[in-house]
Every structure is written in C-alpha cells, then in structure tokens.
Design a protein around this ligand. Structure first.
Ligand code: ZN
Length: 243
C-alpha cells in the first residue's frame, strides 16, 4: 500500500490540496502535526484531513496545542504568537474538539510517528546528530517519522552510535534497510529549506521505500488569504522564499 506522509500543513489549504492531488490514489494519509498555525485556513485543513478518516493517522504538533491554549504562546516569536492567537480566535468548535483529540505519538508496525522526537514529541527539534543519537537510544521501532523543523531529510543510525543526516532528493525512492532512521517529509504549508514548493513523501510499505516529493502550488493565493486575515507580513513573505 502507498501512504502519503505529510507534516506542518500550517493551515495552508492550497498547498495541502496540491499535495493530495499529486499523491493521487494512495491508501492512507499520515500527518505529523502542526495542522494549524501561521496560515489562513485552519478549519478547512482540519476538514480536509477528517475526510480521510478512517485511513488517516494524525498526531499533534506544538502549533496545534498553542491553538488549543494547551501551551503558553509567550515561548513563540512575536509573529508566531500573533498567528497562534488569530488561529485560536478563528477555530470552529468542531475543529477545536478534533485537534484536542489528537495523540502525541502513534506507531504503525515498523514506524513511530511524532511531531518532534520520541523523547519530546511536541517540542524537541531533531536537527543535530546529538539529538538523533539520544532519540535512537529510546526509539522502539526501526523507523520514525518526524516533522517540526520543516526540513526534509533522512537521518540514519551509523556505526559507533553515529547519526548521519542526508538531505532528501525529490522523486528518488530510498530503500529502508537494516539501518534505523528518522525521516522528515518536510513541510506542506511552510517549507524552510530554501525551496518554496510544498514538501511531503510517499511511503511504499510493501517495498519499504520512501520517496520525497516537491509540489508547486498557488503561493500567491495563500498569501492573499493571509493578507485579508491581517496575518503578519513576515509570515506572508516567507512563503515566496521557502524559509
Ligand atoms: Zn511547524
């Protein structure tokens, strides 16, 4: 079965729709959190994911929790805080209830799913070999999908407790082998690796391969909706540049 693995949609429905169209006829959708926050269409993104139930697996991210008031937005930078408060104000009751129901972690056969890391599912960024090593030590499955950094990569466990990060090459399937790995599909709604195209991946669970993909979407449309909602200028501009 093919499964689309997405993360960090951040209320960018236009990007999510482009990704789902590109994924085509997949058998499941796994989402690694941050469904909302930053972007202009939180309720619509929740509904788009709900339409995939029961083929959907979705976990919570820090921005989902911020929109629920589960964590203090004082830890966010000023623009992120403004966007989180906007999201909190505009979240429908049904979206609130659904986001509140999301678990912090899930596992499916050989895969753990978290937003941050197995150690700190909501908050920790898995971006350094040190963080990867510490988390390999407590990882209970061979592979783990993570989001949160908005950076697409595969990080394999090497010899002598080493952890090696490889940036993802789009449209090139990678075989998962005996080496354990953390895999980040990148961000659908706010890529931060210098490429503004939406990022996600396809897992083929029979062949045990992952294929990162990039998809162009109508960035200007999302930006218009953000302007109309008076969301911060910096958050609007960054979508053009992918940072
Ligand atoms: Zn995020």
């Amino acid at each position: 079965m093919l499964i689309a693995v997405v993360s960090d949609i951040h209320a960018n429905l236009t990007a999510l729709e482009a990704v789902l169209a590109d994924a085509g006829d997949v058998g499941g959708l796994w989402c690694l959190g941050d469904v909302v926050g930053y972007g202009p269409q939180p309720n619509e993104c929740v509904q788009a994911l709900q339409a995939w139930e029961p083929r959907l697996v979705c976990i919570a991210g820090n921005h989902d929790w911020a929109s629920l008031g589960h964590l203090d937005t004082a830890d966010f930078n000023a623009d992120a805080e403004r966007a989180a408060l906007w999201t909190r104000e505009h979240l429908a009751l049904a979206s609130y209830a659904w986001l509140k129901s999301l678990p912090q972690r899930e596992s499916r056969v050989r895969f753990t799913l978290v937003h941050g890391t197995p150690r700190e599912p909501i908050w920790e960024y898995l971006v350094s070999p040190a963080a990867a090593r510490d988390n390999f030590a407590i990882l209970e499955t061979p592979y783990c999908f993570v989001g949160h950094s908005h950076l697409p990569f595969i990080c394999r466990e090497g010899e002598q407790n080493n952890a090696v990060f490889d940036p993802a090459t789009p449209r090139r399937p990678v075989q998962l082998d005996e080496q354990r790995a953390f895999i980040n599909p990148g961000s659908v709604g706010q890529p931060r690796d210098g490429n503004p195209d939406a990022s996600y991946l396809i897992l083929d669970d029979e062949r045990q391969t992952v294929e990162h993909r990039r998809v162009a979407y109508d960035i200007a449309l999302t930006q218009q909706l953000m302007s109309a909602a008076h969301l911060p200028e910096r958050l609007i501009n960054r979508l053009s540049h992918g940072w």
